[in-house]
Design a protein around this ligand. Structure first.
Ligand code: SDX
Length: 424
């Protein structure tokens, strides 16, 4: 039972309403307002700025300090010492794998990496210039058709198999979106390659030929997937949880997450950052764009800047910036104009009172696009990369929710429409 209490006094109500207050292992306390509906009132929190939708053990963010922990491990340490598959295991299972469980997990993922021929045909319904995010939503929805009747989401083993399948197949489907977009045949996954390495092989390889993937680019891709793997209750993860709360097919839940991620305010920002840097075009234009970003009458926002939770540097952006330096250097691209504009833009913005007052810092999307472009990935594929990286987090949250008693999510509203009136 909760030790702490909150008192809510509402004008017109005789007695104060007493509400339990819960304390997590770290982070802000929460006030349990579930009983308010029986008192005839709702809380009101558009955008869920001050609302905890659930409890979770997976990821912790301290936005004020720029801290991001996956199952307690700082993202900087995981980016330096771990790898994408090990981090997938950590998010899903709660602990780092030992050598034996790591090998077994990698074999599980490898065994599910191929995609059924029926899903290949989903792509035939799309023109080659279709946005790859639309294709990815459809392809993952297609998995829901394949794996539905025999699936018992209340069975923990079935849920773990779903997690292995979707973590394994999402890079294959992502690469298929790209290959369809360039009107080239799909490249089969190669059994001996690592997770990110196989993805780049399926993207840029030649069907039937031996893989030739740069170890430097594989490592950069692996770290980019790792950095995107989870981020607490963001919009797309909340979409996965809300969809899952109705008992929907888990692949349909992931498709819902992909759809929510697509928007430029969320995962679509990485694509929007590149377009913005191209539009700026030269360092001499930066000041004009900063003025536009500050102009309330101009819808333009500095893409890749600001965050609902981080009011300090996004720790992922710092790692991403380091990778940028390394990859561009390794590729001999010592003076990428876009990277130069991005660095200058960051410097100017961080010295500007408008951004300082609002605690607007670069987020995960600010530098990722520059690396992806250097790897050879087209801008339209950037959010597909984000979705591929985030899938382990989405399915871990889905599994966590279904591992405990849960109720369908059903928010209420402040109604401001017509009161009852008779039909004339
Ligand atoms: C991701 O939630 C997550 O965890 C998401 C994510 C994840 O890993 O899942 O971290 C991934 O989505 C990162 C964010 C990517 N989006 C962008 O880079 C798009 C640009 N950023 C903004 O649209 C905005 O900062 C948001 C959407 C990220 C956050 O919006 P909020 O929290 O609703 O903040 P707000 O719109 O209320 O802004 C507060 C103030 C406003 O000014 P005032 O009205 O107070 O004068 O800051 C201003 C905003 O106008 N502002 C910006 C700005 N972001 C906020 N002004 C100019 N440029 C910006 N980028």
């Amino acid at each position: 039972m909760s030790e702490k209490k909150a008192q809510l006094v509402i004008d017109g109500k005789e007695a104060a309403i007493e509400l339990p207050v819960y304390t997590g292992s770290t982070g802000p306390d929460v006030v349990d307002v579930q009983s308010l509906v029986s008192q005839g009132v709702f809380t009101y929190d558009p955008g869920f700025v001050s609302t905890a939708s659930c409890d979770s053990d997976i990821t912790f963010i301290d936005g004020g300090k720029g801290v991001l922990l996956y199952r307690g491990y700082p993202i900087e340490q995981l980016a330096e010492k771990s790898n994408c598959l090990e981090t997938c295991y950590l998010l899903l299972n709660g602990e780092l794998p030992n050598a034996e469980s790591s090998t077994e997990f990698a074999q599980q993922i490898s065994s599910h990496i191929n995609v059924d021929e029926q899903v290949h045909h989903v792509f035939n319904g799309f023109s080659h210039d279709a946005h790859p995010m639309a294709m990815l939503i459809a392809a993952v929805g297609g998995l829901a058709a394949l794996y539905h009747d025999s699936l018992d989401i209340d069975n923990a083993e079935h849920r773990m198999q779903v997690a292995h399948r979707i973590i394994a197949k999402i890079p294959t489907l992502a690469a298929m979106c790209y290959r369809h977009g360039i009107n080239q045949p799909f490249v089969e996954p190669h059994g001996t390659l690592g997770y990110a390495e196989n993805f780049l092989h399926m993207m840029f390889g030649t069907p039937g030929a031996d893989p030739q993937v740069s170890p430097i680019l594989s490592k950069a891709m692996d770290t980019i997937f790792l950095l995107h793997a989870d981020h607490e209750q963001n919009a797309s993860t909340s979409a996965v949880r809300l969809t899952g709360s109705s008992g929907a097919n888990p692949y349909a839940c992931i498709a819902a997450g992909i759809a929510a991620l697509w928007g430029p305010a969320h995962g679509g920002a990485n694509e929007a950052v590149l377009k913005m840097l191209y539009e700026i075009g030269d360092e001499s234009h930066i000041e004009d764009f900063i003025l536009r970003a500050k102009d309330k009458d101009d819808p333009f926002r500095l893409m890749g800047f600001g965050h609902r939770v981080y009011k300090n540097f996004d720790p992922r952006a710092k790692v991403m910036c380091q990778i940028c330096d390394e990859v561009l250097d390794d590729l001999g691209v010592h003076d990428d104009p876009l990277f130069r504009i991005a660095r200058k833009l960051e410097k100017i913005a961080l010295e500007d009172d408008y951004f300082i007052e609002r605690k607007l810092y670069p987020n995960v999307d600010f530098y990722s696009g520059i690396i992806l472009k250097a790897i050879g990935i087209p801008t339209s594929m950037f959010t597909v990369i984000f979705a591929t990286g985030r899938t382990p987090g989405w399915i871990s949250h889905w599994n966590e929710m279904l591992s405990h008693p849960y109720r369908i999510g059903r928010p209420r509203q402040l109604y401001k429409g017509h009161t009852k009136r008779d039909y004339p």
